[in-house]
Ligand binder design. Sequence first.
Ligand SMILES: [Fe+2]
Ligand SMILES: [Fe+2]
Length: 192
Amino acid sequence: MNRETNDLLERADALARDRLSDKRLGHTTRVAVTAERLARLHSLDPQRTRLAALLHDAAREMDRRDLLRRAEEWRLPLGGPERENPGILHGPVAAELARRSLGVADEEVLEAVRVHTTASPGMSPIALAVYIADKIEPARDYPSVERLRKLADTNLADATREALRRVIAYNEGRGRSIHPESRRALAWLEND
Ligand SMILES: [Fe+2]
Ligand SMILES: [Fe+2]
């Protein structure tokens, strides 16, 4: 492992510890272990995948007002869905935080952090690994999780497609709006 990546991993870990409650830190640590394992299994860079996973929820405990304020200040894309549900900004805000406060310049790592809330068409393999690791880390417990775990070991895009279908159906069932980026991501994964 090169020294720069090692240094960033330590700083990302410190950032997560600093910004997250024990409960969310536990989740982040489990996502990092899961994402790194998937990276090795699918011949991705384990350290860069781990870095993205450690950073993915760094803004998860900011309140709605702070997320909106940061997004405005940093000129992040802010549409109707984000204004209606500012919580989904915790991905883009975490990515920008990683860029600005840790100096992360690896665009693939930043993308994985940014899109972990909605998924995105054309997302990179590292972004797929983080997206699905977030959904299947060992503490996750819902009816289809074992199937997703098996699928993730076989194919990251297939697992992400299934996870997205589930999230969209779940939210539709509750009358919640679906982010257009999630629909585009699903269409991309279905046509791939
Ligand atoms: Fe998240
Ligand atoms: Fe998460």
